[in-house]
Design a protein around this ligand. Sequence first.
Ligand code: PEP
Ligand code: MN
Length: 343
Amino acid sequence: MIVVMKKGSKEEDVSRVKERIEDMGLEAHISKGSERTVIGVVGSLDKDKLSLDPIATLSLDEGVDRVYSVTKPYKLASRENREENTIVKVGNVEVGGDNFTIIAGPCSVESKEQMMETALGIKECSAHMLRGGAFKPRTSPYTFQGLGEEGLKLLKEASDATGMPIVTEVMNPKDLDVVLRYADVLQIGARNIQNFSLLKLVGQTDKPVLLKRGMSTTIQEFLMSAEYVMSEGNADVILCERGIRTFETATRSTLDISAVPVLKKETHLPVLIDPSHAAGKRDYVPALSKAAIAAGADGLLIEVHYKPEIAVSDAAQQLNIPEYCSLVKELKDIAKAVGKVIN
Ligand code: PEP
Ligand code: MN
């Protein structure tokens, strides 16, 4: 259910309505837009209040403009709940709105030299945030699993040297505390997108969460995962389409470019594209990146390595720094045509 407050409603009106909602045993999620405040209501009525009609009750409040029920199973994430695009702030970086945000960096954090050289290189060419995995979800238990906290420290040094916030994956709830000490954005990888207990835990933090669509996750399931995070009180969710599994084997996954307009219609949350894991091969990354910006995505998560040929994971899909820089140059031209800004 959505409660739309009247234009110019005061803080006290919003608190009174919130109290009324909570008195019925329901939860109120307040979202302040530039024009008005909207309250998303979720939960079920207390047993002794079952005879109440919350829509009728709340409609009577003098601060309320209208109340309506949300038909989608994802309530807080749905565009019905919030018409305006959500902008997620990470330090000085804004994800969503007119911004086209680029998160770049290697697949895995490997060494000090690798992180520093890569971070300094991409910073020269308009990267906004720095990525790198310290806890790696590898298909084989015998391949490189990530440097753990040592890797997070290297990320932090590279972030301090360049001013770029850190985006890094948390795979296991037992690592959440250590990842929280270093990360500016918590990444949930494709393989954990339906790990509901992990989603609830990151929903209880105050760090923005980047959710990667699973390789076999429908858009509805993807949005339900966002709902898990948001229902715990964390509204700062960024979605990322990274390719889904189809019968096609020419690419590592099939980039579902249609996910961009569908998600844009269904949700107010920012939508990024990861062309690297979708393609699996660096040659295809520029075309998919350009398709992403043209289709209306809010940014990219892209793998870049100062020496991809020696990368310990995903070597075939990482761009080197000159390749990355020439791609960003092309993206800037497309950005102008589609009303996006790459700062
Ligand atoms: C990653 O971005 O580091 C990653 C492992 O990607 P995905 O979870 O999409 O496979
Ligand atoms: Mn990778």
